[in-house]
Design a protein around this ligand. Structure first.
Ligand code: ZN
Length: 387
């Protein structure tokens, strides 16, 4: 039985046009312009709202009372459902710095969930952030668990078979060797929490790093050495076309004008809008998370000491809203940065991230203020406020 989304503004990687999308089973079978469709099956009148691919988030630690790194299946299901309510249809649950046993337990739990029918956003694999990062740029990572990369430890994590991305600091002992080993296996190597200079950045690229974790947060950036300006990891990533970046586009971690600058330099094919969510859905107040005391206020999450951000309370709909409304980035680019571009970063671009025949039926409908009105995941309607 078909489901037909019609009377919408269809967003493709190139343009927006009036039309709709036909779905059968778990796949998109046709995208049409105007009203060129037969009225059979379940009809969803999109009432002129946007129709886009489902959102893809490659860096997300969970949601309020639903951490992805707890090793608890219930937490994982609650978190994937929460994010799906905001338009996320595919995710990489992301660990944080913790004891090796805790990280391993979290990965095993994520693997178990991947073997079950999805209850919310689809889990495409896991993202390891920590423990191989520079304590100088710890941000909200627990410094107790930041240390050198030892293959006898990290290969036990990799051998779970679900790791798609590793965020680490190239200047930490053993990390360049880790990149040489993991990048050829198709694992996305991402410079994170790095205090490296330009020469370290170049060594990282040579070792196999191709991506930057939360640019302009907990990474080296333009500074003065005495009075001689020097660039950091962030500007080096802007300079090198072969490097892709992610930015936490909540309007707090990176201000709208800096988002515009990053977009201007990297373009929508090399910039991923991510949440780095940890306490999405939490009210303002104090929380214990990552084994640390955190604070939620001003629509952002920070250490209780207020010296660093600590992940976000964002959801993917908010990211698109910030890019489109505050940073004045065209809707086609804003959507691409959270659909096709992240899908390409983990080699899923042939079936995820685009409204086109043969692609997975992961579909969002949302209004001009990016309020999600309907979400379909793999051909199943997750929710629908349109009818
Ligand atoms: Zn981080």
């Amino acid at each position: 039985m078909k489901t037909i989304f019609y009377n919408g503004s269809v967003i493709t990687p190139e343009t927006v046009f009036h039309g709709g999308v036909e779905v059968e089973g778990s796949k998109i079978i046709r995208v049409f312009k105007g009203d060129d469709f037969e009225k059979t099956g379940t009809l969803v009148d999109c009432k002129g709202n946007f129709i886009s691919p489902g959102f893809v988030d490659l860096h997300v630690h969970g949601a309020y009372e639903a951490p992805f790194f707890s090793g608890n299946l219930e937490d994982l299901h609650r978190g994937t459902k929460f994010h799906a309510m905001h338009g996320t249809t595919s995710i990489l649950p992301t660990t944080a710095s913790a004891s090796h046993d805790e990280v391993l337990a979290a990965l095993k739990c994520i693997k178990e969930a991947m073997g079950m029918p999805n209850e919310g956003a689809r889990i495409l694999g896991a993202h390891i952030e920590g423990n191989y990062m520079n304590p100088v740029c710890a941000g909200a990572q627990n410094p107790e668990y930041l240390y050198k990369a030892d293959p006898s430890e990290y290969m036990e994590l990799i051998d779970t078979g679900i790791v798609r991305r590793v965020s680490a600091s190239p200047e930490v002992e053993g990390v360049l060797d880790m990149a040489r080993r993991l990048a050829p296996q198709g694992i996305l190597m991402s410079i994170a929490h790095s205090n490296g200079d330009y020469s370290m950045f170049m060594r990282a690229i040579e070792a196999g790093f191709t991506h930057i974790t939360h640019i302009y947060n907990a990474q080296s950036m333009l500074s003065n050495c005495y009075f001689y300006p020097q660039i950091g990891v962030c500007e080096a990533a802007l300079l090198h076309d072969e490097i892709t970046v992610e930015a936490i586009c909540d309007g707090r971690h990176v201000p709208a004008e800096l988002l515009r600058l990053i977009h201007k330099v990297k373009g929508p094919d090399r910039m991923h809008a991510t949440t780095d969510a940890i306490l999405s859905g939490a009210p303002d107040g104090s929380f214990r998370c990552f084994d640390m005391d955190l604070l939620v206020e001003d629509e952002v999450c920070m250490l209780a000491s207020r010296v660093a951000f600590a992940g976000s309370v964002a959801t993917t709909d908010r990211l698109v809203r910030t890019l489109y409304k505050d940073a004045h980035i065209p809707i086609v680019d804003a959507v691409k940065m959270i659909t096709l571009t992240p899908a390409r970063m983990i080699n899923e671009q042939n079936h995820i991230g685009r409204l086109a025949e043969g692609y997975d039926a992961d579909i969002n409908v949302f209004d001009d203020n990016i309020n999600i009105l309907a979400t379909m995941i793999l051909g199943k309607m997750f929710f629908n406020k349109l009818s």
